[in-house]
Design a protein around this ligand. Structure first.
Ligand SMILES: [Fe+2]
Length: 326
């Protein structure tokens, strides 16, 4: 698919209907009025579950200026440390970094610190989730997103909802926190109608009934032992996970949807941090470089309004459970 023009698409609504500017929380103190902390944390969770994007004008956690400059300098010096870098906090492993060992070690240290600090921030901001929040990967995204030449299903500039091929969630939620560390340029997203609207419109065509009918049986024992023999992790995908992966691809493949769906432009200026459930907030990245990102998984049992979760939306449409464990 060619790079999509959205010039003719009608606007989905005002960005202010999607963005919630959190001005009552600041680093290092947290909530400005401690007496309101519980109520504000609860409201923030509810807003996220309602499909809003929470944003902060300034970085609301500790990010050292010299670390930020190191990250920015890598691309400028044409070092090989320029592709997307991922950090796995549970194993303290850095992937995707090249360059000299000294540079890689510095990058590793920066990503470790970033992951720890942003997680501390998320647990304080979203206190109702703090106990059961599970840490997933973090990433540094230095590439310019505009005009990247990627295969259709990997393109970030096509609207989609996130689903992880290798890390099924069983209906638990994908919450992501981004920071634009670019000192001069904004990061630009588009969004469109809410997940529930897209699901109602497109889930049947994307094959929901067939995924629901097949159920969430674990993979065949032979497949499991084969994977084990080759050192691969035997991961069972629920019907929900399999459908969400299909829906991700379906939306990216759907030229009419990509060109003509209503769009809302979201602009994240330099220094901005924003948080949303990217499994239900449809998004495409139109431009921008140098973003930091941390993913956490929020269990369904921690949600304040679980009926709004994508798995529940899809189960209502399918009339069947889509996971054995949720
Ligand atoms: Fe995404």
């Amino acid at each position: 698919m060619d790079h999509v023009s959205s010039e003719n698409a009608r606007a989905a609504g005002d960005a202010q209907e999607v963005l919630v500017c959190v001005d009552q929380y600041a680093f290092p103190g947290g909530w400005i009025k401690p007496a309101e902390a519980d109520a504000r944390a609860q409201l923030s969770c509810e807003q996220l579950e309602d499909g809003k994007v929470l944003c902060f004008e300034r970085v609301p956690y500790l990010l050292f200026q010299d670390d930020r400059e190191f990250l920015l300098s890598q691309r400028q010096s044409e070092s090989r440390l320029h592709k997307n870098v991922s950090y796995r906090p549970s194993r303290d492993v850095l992937r995707g970094a090249a360059g000299e060992p000294k540079e890689r070690a510095r990058l590793h240290e920066i990503m470790r610190k970033y992951s720890q600090e942003v997680t501390r921030f998320l647990k304080q901001l979203l206190a109702p989730y703090a106990l059961d929040m599970a840490l997933d990967f973090a990433s540094f995204r230095p590439e310019e997103e505009e005009g990247r030449d990627l295969p259709t299903h990997k393109r970030n500039d096509l609207l989609h909802c996130d689903a992880f091929p290798t890390r099924p969630t069983n209906g638990h939620r994908i919450l992501r926190c981004f920071t634009n560390i670019n000192p001069t340029a904004p990061r630009i997203w588009n969004t469109t109608d809410a997940f529930s609207v897209l699901a109602e419109k497109y889930a049947n065509e994307a094959g929901l009934a067939a995924f629901a009918a097949k159920g969430s049986a674990p993979s065949h024992p032979l497949v499991r032992s084969f994977k084990k023999a080759f050192g691969l992790k035997a991961v069972d995908h629920s019907a929900y996970d399999r459908f969400m992966l299909r829906f991700h691809d379906y939306l990216k493949d759907n030229r009419d949807f990509q060109q003509n769906c209503p769009k809302t432009r979201l602009e994240f200026p330099p220094g901005c941090t924003w948080i949303c459930y990217t499994d239900s907030v449809p998004h495409s990245v139109m431009s921008g470089r140098y973003a930091l990102e941390q993913t956490v998984i929020i269990p369904l049992t921690s949600l304040l309004t679980p009926d709004k979760a994508p798995i529940r939306v899809l189960e209502r449409l399918a009339g069947k459970p889509l996971s054995r464990s949720s």
